[in-house]
Structures are given as C-alpha cells and as structure tokens.
Design a protein around this ligand. Sequence first.
Ligand SMILES: Nc1ncnc2c1ncn2[C@@H]1O[C@H](COP(=O)(O)OP(=O)(O)O)[C@@H](O)[C@H]1O
Ligand SMILES: [Mg+2]
Length: 163
Amino acid sequence: MTVLSLSNISRRFGPTVALDGVNLRLQKGEVHALIGENGAGKSTLMNVLAGLIKPDAGTIEVEGRAYAPASPLDARERGIALIHQELSLFPHLSVAENIMMGMEPSRLGMLDRQKLNARTAEVLRQVSRSRDQRNLHKSLSRRGARDCRQLHGPSRRAKRGHR
Ligand SMILES: Nc1ncnc2c1ncn2[C@@H]1O[C@H](COP(=O)(O)OP(=O)(O)O)[C@@H](O)[C@H]1O
Ligand SMILES: [Mg+2]
C-alpha cells in the first residue's frame, strides 16, 4: 500500500533550483534514508513534506488523499511530523509542556495541566522511560534533553490518547 506519494515536486529559491521534479513513493512499513551532498535539496524536500515550505509545482498524496499542508500543525494533523536536527526547546517549561508544545489539552480555554501530565506520562510509558514530566526541561541531563527533543516527534494521535 502506498502511504506517501510525491509527484513532480519543484521548488526554487530565486535563481537556485532546489528541487526539480522530484518523485518519491513510499510503501507502508518501509524505512528510507534520503542521502545527498550538501545543497542537494534534502532539507527542502522534507520541509515541503512537513508544511514549512510550499512547492512551486507538484502534488503530494498521503494514503491516497491529496495533501497540501498549510503549516507544520496542519501536517501533523495528517500524521506527518519532522524531527529537526536542531530543535528549539523551552528550558523554562516542563518536559510535558515541551513534548506537547502546540497541542496542549485545554479546558474552558485554560491549559489542562492534569491532562497534559497524564498524556505525557502515557507517551513516556510507551517508550519505557520513567522521567517525571513535571521537571523543568533545563533540569534534565543532556541525554534527557535529547529524549525530550525526540519525543516531540510522536504522532498527535498518540498524544491525544488514541490507540
Ligand atoms: N531559504 C533559502 N533561501 C535560498 N536558498 C535556499 C534556501 N533553502 C535552501 N536553499 C538552497 O537550496 C538548495 C538546497 O538546499 P537544502 O535543501 O538545504 O539542501 P540539503 O539539505 O540537501 O543540504 C541549496 O542550494 C541551498 O543553498
Ligand atoms: Mg539539509
């Protein structure tokens, strides 16, 4: 089953042609590595996929449906998230707030801290880490900070508590 299909994706930055008619098809269960020299267009392609950059031409389908994300949040709603090499985190917010950034549960327009912590605990359980999600991010070891960065990636569905 084709889960992701990019057809003829092109993108220029002024005179620079970063992507020139890229085609890519991914089947369910496949893991791919995108390899190329500096400036080959890897980041641009991933940014197009994650809703950070709009392509000049081409189309994308996710699970057979047209996909043209207006923003990274929009991409996430369709199950596509990009884990950046250098991600900005908020040292003065808790681990839970960092992991749930942009998808915090709310109640009557206010942050629902109980739900925030419960959902984060669930995400942490899934990856068998037993860290207290209420800790401030800045109190974490380098390893803990790295884990927190990677955990920001898991799907919105998982964080919402869906199975
Ligand atoms: N925001 C930008 N403005 C101008 N040129 C860019 C921008 N982003 C990427 N480029 C250019 O597009 C080409 C592809 O870059 P990039 O996707 O970052 O390649 P890679 O990730 O494979 O190293 C490069 O020539 C780069 O200089
Ligand atoms: Mg790059």
